[in-house]
Ligand binder design. Structure first.
Ligand code: ZN
Length: 140
């Protein structure tokens, strides 16, 4: 990578970070989940964290769940012989940062299972994203 490319990459990280911080700084307001935002931030995170390698979830559902903020559900079609990944998100979050953290978290599970053919557990592969998340002001 040339210095110019490095500089450009750094500028891109800084601008995405600013954007995430700006949009998630209001911690007092409840955030209401929309399919539009899920799509929007999926694309942003895909570029910023996953080198654009991720294919979108096969299905996205906003629904009330007990005991979790979000989940990446794997399904298998015996008829077609293919695997499906469904993202499930809560209808509301305490704030936007929590929404973004949850979406990023579930995207790592998708990455583990589709790109790395991993179990998708909270293992060292999962937590290898911690520094990257931190760079964008998000925690894992
Ligand atoms: Zn998880």
């Amino acid at each position: 990578m040339t210095n110019k490319e490095k500089k450009k990459k750094l500028e891109k990280i800084v601008s995405i970070k600013k954007r995430i911080l700006r949009e998630s700084c209001n911690l007092k307001t409840n955030y209401k989940t929309t399919y539009k935002d899920i799509k929007k931030y999926f694309n942003i995170f895909n570029k910023a964290l996953f080198k654009n390698e991720l294919n979108p979830f096969n299905d996205v559902q906003i629904k009330r769940m007990n005991g979790c903020w979000g989940q990446c559900v794997e399904d298998y079609s015996i008829r077609k012989g293919t695997r499906f990944f469904c993202l499930e998100m809560q209808p509301t979050y305490e704030n936007k940062k929590e929404f973004l953290t949850t979406l990023g978290h579930e995207m790592i599970h998708l990455w583990q299972q589709t790109i790395k053919k991993d179990t998708g557990n909270h293992n060292s592969l999962f937590y290898s994203f911690r520094p990257k998340f931190k760079k964008f002001g998000l925690s894992l």
